[in-house]
Design a protein around this ligand. Structure first.
Ligand SMILES: NC(=O)c1ccc[n+]([C@@H]2O[C@H](COP(=O)([O-])OP(=O)(O)OC[C@H]3O[C@@H](n4cnc5c(N)ncnc54)[C@H](O)[C@@H]3O)[C@@H](O)[C@H]2O)c1
Ligand SMILES: [Zn+2]
Length: 356
């Protein structure tokens, strides 16, 4: 088992990465405490992993709440339903919530934890690759609003993150690939050598080799933990984690959420950002090819959807949360393994880049 720490003074917490952590009674109880815990999960994950976790807390008569599966349930409506459930069961301020699932369950549970009785402890047990390397770490919690994704939320850190790599055995291949987009993102913003590692480890990762998975997840969590420790509330540095996301969010919004998975849109978005960086002289053609090769190796898209125009990208990107003073802000590579935020890309450049 591997362990690392997110260093945030009194809000510091550990991330454990290993196999069978779902049934690691001693360690789980250490962070959940003595009170009756409440496990929040969804209809896909419950039949797979809920019983294992319930058994751990058997003596504490654990409660569980199962939401339907889907991004649309990361909503104020389900926030309210969970809150009502906690009240009906007289859950007090010492109740620990346990998020068992992907980013949807994690973001929603975290936001309930942040708000219920002004804050109760929670732990994350992420079960998708994306949530293991990204959403479970760093304390961003939120629900969606009809007028925008993740628009209502809070920065609220968990007490611990338990990454059980065995749960990836049941994750659909397409979801695994989508998670790899965020993994590749860490290489592009922080560590060029890690990009080579990802190319080398392709067959091990694709066959879910435990050691390789844990090594890669550890690396991603270490990078995210370091960035979050320096900039918890995204005053600056943390924005770099949005590489590929400005273009990616535009793709998700235009194509309809769910048609392109988040990671797929981010992969195409990173390629567009790499091409733009190349135009600006920050990357050379070989480096862009290298990025394209790794993205393609993991069966991810390397181009914008053919039906999307530059103007459609701009329309969505003008609404981006990162924008300041009406200017679209992009995260672009300055070299392999390093990125920066720029706000001087003209609309014409975007249209030319997209090519239609
Ligand atoms: N908080 C953050 O910092 C942050 C960062 C990135 C993304 N997010 C959010 O995360 C969400 C996306 O997360 P996601 O990609 O994990 O999606 P998800 O939670 O919807 O999970 C994807 C699918 O995989 C299923 N699933 C999960 N674990 C499984 C397993 N072990 N076996 C079989 N099926 C499994 C889920 O039921 C779902 O159908 C979005 O809402 C996004 O906004 C948050
Ligand atoms: Zn993302």
């Amino acid at each position: 088992m591997l362990e690392l720490k997110v260093d945030l003074n009194e809000r510091s917490y550990p991330i454990f990465i290993g196999e069978h952590l779902l049934s690691d009674e001693g360690r789980l109880k250490q962070y959940v405490g003595q009170s009756r815990p409440v496990i929040i999960t969804n209809t896909t994950i419950a039949p797979l992993y809920l019983d294992t976790l319930l058994a751990v807390f058997d003596a504490q008569a654990p409660l569980h709440f199962v939401i339907p599966d889907g991004e649309q349930y990361k909503s104020l409506e389900w926030f309210e339903k969970i809150s009502a459930f906690l009240l009906e069961h007289n859950c007090g301020r010492d109740t620990c919530l346990i998020a068992l699932g992907g980013g949807v369950v994690g973001d929603l549970t975290g936001f309930v934890a942040a708000c219920y009785q002004r804050g109760v402890p929670f732990i994350q047990i992420p079960t998708t690759l994306l949530s293991q390397v990204d959403s479970s770490v760093g304390g961003k919690t939120a629900v969606n609003h009809p007028l925008g994704k993740n628009m209502i939320g809070a920065f609220y850190q968990p007490k611990a993150v338990f990454i059980d790599t065995k749960t990836l055995d049941t994750l659909p291949a397409r979801e695994f690939a989508a998670g790899m987009a965020e993994v590749i993102k860490y290489a592009l913003i922080y560590d060029a050598a890690f990009l080579d590692t990802l190319a080398e480890l392709h067959s091990e990762l694709s066959t879910l080799n435990t050691q390789s998975l844990q090594q890669v997840i550890y690396k991603c969590c270490a990078i995210k933990a370091e960035i979050v420790a320096k900039d918890e509330t995204e005053a600056g540095l943390r924005a770099l984690l949005n590489l590929g996301h400005t273009f990616g969010h535009a793709i998700e919004a235009e194509m309809g959420y769910g048609n392109w998975l988040h990671g797929e849109a981010v992969a195409a978005g990173m390629m567009i950002a790499a091409n733009l960086a190349c135009q600006r002289g920050a990357l050379n053609a070989d480096e862009v090819e290298k990025i394209r090769d790794v993205i393609a190796l993991y069966q991810l898209p390397t181009e914008a959807p053919s039906e999307m125009t530059g103007e459609q990208f701009l329309m969505h990107m003008r609404k981006d949360k990162k924008n300041k003073q009406g200017k679209i802000r992009f995260i672009l590579p300055t070299q392999l393994g390093q990125c920066t935020l720029v706000d001087d890309v003209s609309d014409e450049t975007v249209v030319t880049l997209i090519g239609r």
